[in-house]
Design a protein around this ligand. Structure first.
Ligand SMILES: Cc1cc2nc3c(=O)[nH]c(=O)nc-3n(C[C@H](O)[C@H](O)[C@H](O)COP(=O)(O)OP(=O)(O)OC[C@H]3O[C@@H](n4cnc5c(N)ncnc54)[C@H](O)[C@@H]3O)c2cc1C
Length: 393
């Protein structure tokens, strides 16, 4: 089809990848991002799946070893710190910040408009008017909504698709490897390391340093700990930050209450293998995200579409959220190339991406249930291998 004017709402990894791909195809693309400042410090570690790295390697010519850390093994520890299971399983780990930095550098800042929070839009047969508060609008022929877990667009287009609390949260931290004793560092930087305990599991893996450093001594250990909290009282209590504010989705670094920070550290010291307890003890700041499932029925609405976490939201157990967002973007670009107009392109694009989201949600829900409810998360089980399209894929 001919060049279209495209508004991408949300400038995280899903929005940026889609925007870069559509611009490469000659479309006239602008990104509108709610955040007032560039988000360099925002993200944590990610398992880097092929769909997420495809733009960096295929279009920007970067090597995987320039944006991620390669590990060879998956290792399970016992309570006493010994290894109970180890398999050879190669992965690449990166960080949200590393991928974001490369994409944004390539995209540039001219068409990356910060401080633009979409509040609504009106669609006509020939275009969409996007609203940012009372007095700012943008016109487009295609509106791509990549506005994440709390998507305003999803709320407007699919009001019944409310987030369903999974019954647990994930505690996270990033610890400079140089802050850890050599015995701990050496054990945790060459593998994805798990510790499974009743109704909970803990994992760590190495990621690039805050400035992107990939060499030994420069990297961070990314900490991920899934813990159950009853909906209502217990969840509200942990999600009420040190500032007294109750947040629904996440508590950023620096906002966890002193009481819960102390509780997590005390349980870590008492219950985790010593290497993992040392990592938690060394963490300067803990932060936390609530795990939700979001199921949707549609992603395409005329000239408007939902992409990434704004569409299906899957639990993080397959390490595939950014990959799903990127895959939505690659498929969207292909559909726009092969269809005669925006509306038929979105209609052609939707079924495969809905199916991808549904499969990932179903698989990650099963994985989460095994760990947090059934206690059947078994070291070495091939179903637990990370991947967007299925285990290891
Ligand atoms: C514990 C955990 C571990 C994870 N691990 C991995 C992993 O290993 N690998 C992986 O691939 N993924 C992982 N993920 C998932 C990944 O973080 C998300 O799937 C991914 O960030 C989704 O990208 P997105 O661009 O769709 O949305 P987001 O990253 O949520 O971005 C949404 C953007 O939209 C902006 N925005 C929101 N509302 C508006 C508005 N109204 N107007 C304008 N802008 C707006 C936001 O500021 C933000 O920049 C993990 C997630 C969690 C919670």
């Amino acid at each position: 089809m001919q060049q279209a004017r495209v508004a991408v709402v949300g400038g995280s990894l899903g929005g940026l990848t889609a925007a870069c791909l559509l611009r490469d195809d000659g479309h006239d693309v602008t990104i509108f991002e709610r955040s007032a400042h560039q988000m360099e410090e925002r993200g944590a570690g990610i398992g880097l799946m092929e769909a997420t790295s495809r733009y960096l390697t295929g279009r920007l010519g970067l090597g995987l070893d320039e944006v991620s850390i390669h590990t060879d093994a998956v290792r399970y520890l016992a309570r006493d710190g010994s290894v109970v299971h180890e398999t050879r399983q190669p992965y690449h780990f990166s960080s949200w910040t590393t991928v974001y930095r490369h994409l944004l550098h390539h995209w540039g800042t001219d068409r990356y408009l910060l401080g633009h929070e979409m509040t609504g839009f009106e669609q006509r047969p020939d275009g969409v008017t996007v609203r940012f508060g009372e007095d700012r609008v943008a016109e487009a022929e295609l509106l791509v909504c990549a506005d994440g877990v709390g998507s305003v667009a999803r709320e407007l287009l699919q009001p019944n698709a409310a987030p369903a609390y999974a019954g647990y949260v994930v505690w996270r931290a990033m610890v400079p490897e140089q802050d850890l004793p050599a015995a701990v560092r050496d054990r945790l930087t060459d593998a994805l390391t798990y510790y499974v305990m009743p109704n909970s599991h803990f994992l760590v893996y190495p990621i690039p340093g805050r400035d992107g450093g990939l060499r030994p001594g420069e990297r961070l250990i990314n900490v991920v700990w899934y813990r159950n909290y009853l909906a209502g009282g217990d969840l509200d209590d942990v999600m009420t930050g040190s500032d007294g504010v109750l947040r629904e989705i996440s508590l950023p670094p620096g906002t966890v209450s002193a009481r819960h920070d102390a509780e997590v550290r005390a349980v870590a010291a008492a219950r985790l293998p010593w290497q993992l307890a040392e990592v938690v003890a060394a963490a300067e700041q803990l932060f936390l995200q609530v795990i939700y499932d979001i199921e949707i029925e549609r992603m395409a609405f005329g000239r408007v579409c939902l992409l990434g976490d704004a569409a299906y939201l899957a639990r993080p157990h397959a390490a595939a959220g950014t990959a799903k967002a990127a895959a939505d973007g690659w498929a969207l670009a292909a559909a726009l190339r092969s269809e005669p107009d925006v509306i038929s392109a979105l209609a052609a694009w939707e079924p495969s991406q809905l199916a991808l989201g549904a499969r990932l949600l179903e698989r990650t829900r099963r994985m989460g249930h095994r760990s947090q409810v059934d206690n059947t998360w078994t070291p070495g089980d091939a179903d637990l291998v990370l991947g967007l399209y299925g285990p290891g894929r």
